[in-house]
Design a protein around this ligand. Structure first.
Ligand code: MRU
Length: 360
C-alpha cells in the first residue's frame, strides 16, 4: 500500500538486502531497517519490529534465506529454524513458514539452497499478497450487503492491527475495508486502541488515515457500548491461529468483542489466511498463549511535545502486571471465517469444506 506517493510492502528484498518497516516507531517515525544476521531476524520478530501473524511468517522465511547464504548445511538449516521458531509462540504462520522453507530446501544439494531459499521467501511474500487480496474480494461482499440495506456508511469495528503492515500487503481484516473504500462504498472504521501495545491507535489508525478511510479511535471498552446503540454494523478481526474447528486466537480483548457482538446481534467475522489455520488442533485452549513482559502494561509509549518518542509509566512503582497477549474466541461466537477461498462457517466442516486438500 502507499505511504505518501510510494508503494511499499512491509518486507522486501532490494539490492541483495532484506528490508522492513520498523513498526516500533509508527506512526511518529517511518523507519526502514535492513535485516542481515539470524540475530537481526530473531530480534525483529521477538521485539516486534515486525508483527502480525502473516508478516512474522514472511520475515522468518527471509531469515532462513539469509542464513542459507552464509551456510546452507543441514545443520544450519535446522538450527536457524529452531531459533526463529522460538521467537513468538502463538502465530502459527511462523511454524508454517519455517516448515515451508525446510520442505523446499532439504531435498536440494547444499550448493543450490541459497538461491532457492530467496526464491521461496519471495514466493511466500507474493502468495501472502494474493491471499489477502482475495480475502478482501470475499469480505467485500459482506460490506456490500450491509451497504445495500442502509443509508450512510457501513460501520466496521476492528481490533489490534490486522492491516497491511501486519501482512506483506493489503492486510487481512482491512483488505475488505480497503477494497470497499476503493469501490466507493462509504465505510467507517471504529479502531480499538488495543492495549497494552496500542496496535490499533498506533498502526491501524495510521494505515487508515494514510488511505483516506474514515475512522475513529475508541478505547478498548467502548465497543460494547457502541454495539448496544446500533452503531456497529460488522466486526472484522484478524487471527494468529485458528483451529480446525474454528476456534479463533487473536489479540487479547478479541473475545470480549465477540461476546458483545453476539449479545447485540452484530456479525462477527474473522479474516483468516489459510497459513493461519492450525489443522493439528481442534480445541482453541490448546493454543500456546504468549505472555509478554509486564512493562507493556505498566507503561505506554507516546510522543512528547518536543517530538521524542518515549515510554511513560502509568502505574505505581510497586504494582506488578500480567500480560497475556492473546485470547481465544470459541467458534460458537464467530459468524464466519473470511478466507482466500471464500467464507467458511466456523466449524470443522466449514474449514474442511473449503480446504479439503489441507484438512487432516
Ligand atoms: O502481537 P501482534 O501485534 O503480532 O498481534 C497481531 C494480531 O493479533 C493480529 O490481529 C493478527 O496477527 C492478525 S494479522 C493479519
Amino acid at each position: 500500500m502507499k505511504v505518501g506517493d510510494t508503494h511499499y510492502r512491509s518486507i522486501w528484498f532490494e539490492n541483495g538486502e532484506v528490508r522492513i518497516i520498523d513498526q516500533r516507531w509508527l506512526p511518529h517515525e517511518f523507519r526502514i531497517v535492513t535485516l542481515e544476521s539470524l540475530d537481526d531476524f530473531a530480534t525483529a520478530i521477538r521485539d516486534m519490529w515486525v508483527r502480525g501473524a502473516p508478516l512474522i511468517g514472511a520475515t522468518a522465511a527471509y531469515g532462513v534465506a539469509c542464513a542459507m547464504a552464509r551456510d546452507a548445511s543441514d545443520g544450519n538449516l535446522a538450527e536457524t529454524c529452531e531459533a526463529l521458531n522460538a521467537t513468538r509462540p502463538t502465530a502459527v504462520n511462523l511454524r508454517w513458514a519455517l516448515e515451508t522453507m525446510q520442505t523446499a530446501l532439504r531435498p536440494l544439494p547444499v550448493g543450490d539452497r541459497a538461491t532457492a531459499a530467496f526464491a521461496k521467501a519471495a514466493a511466500v511474500c507474493d502468495e501472502d499478497v494474493e491471499t489477502n487480496r482475495m480475502i478482501g474480494v470475499h469480505g467485500l461482499e459482506l460490506i456490500k450487503d450491509i451497504a445495500a440495506k442502509k443509508d450512510g456508511p457501513v460501520n466496521v469495528l476492528t481490533h489490534c492491527n490486522a492491516g497491511w503492515i501486519a501482512t506483506v500487503d493489503w492486510g487481512t481484516a482491512t483488505s475488505p475495508i480497503y477494497q470497499a473504500h476503493e469501490a466507493g462504498i462509504p465505510v467507517h472504521v471504529f479502531v480499538d486502541e488495543t492495549r497494552p501495545r496500542n496496535q490499533g491507535a498506533l498502526l491501524t489508525a495510521w494505515e487508515l488515515g494514510g488511505h483516506g478511510v474514515s475512522h475513529d479511535l475508541i478505547v478498548d471498552n467502548a465497543g460494547g457500548h457502541l454495539m448496544q446503540r446500533g452503531e456497529v454494523d460488522l466486526v472484522i478481526v484478524g487471527t494468529d491461529r485458528t483451529t480446525a474447528r474454528g476456534d479463533v486466537c487473536n489479540k487479547i480483548g478479541t473475545y470480549l468483542k465477540a461476546l458483545a457482538a453476539q449479545d447485540n446481534g452484530v456479525p462477527f467475522y474473522v479474516a483468516l489466511p489459510s497459513p493461519t489455520i492450525d489443522w493439528t488442533i481442534q480445541d482453541g485452549f490448546d493454543i500456546p498463549i504468549e505472555e509478554r513482559g509486564g512493562a507493556e502494561v505498566t507503561h505506554v509509549q507516546g510522543k512528547l511535545a518536543d517530538g521524542t518518542v518515549t515510554q511513560v509509566q502509568i502505574s505505581p512503582d510497586t504494582t506488578g502486571a500480567r500480560n497475556p497477549a492473546f485470547d481465544v474466541t470459541p467458534a460458537r461466537l464467530v459468524s464466519g471465517l473470511i478466507t482466500e477461498r471464500g467464507i467458511a462457517a466456523a466449524s470443522p466442516d466449514g474449514l474442511a469444506g473449503l480446504f479439503p486438500d489441507r484438512a487432516a
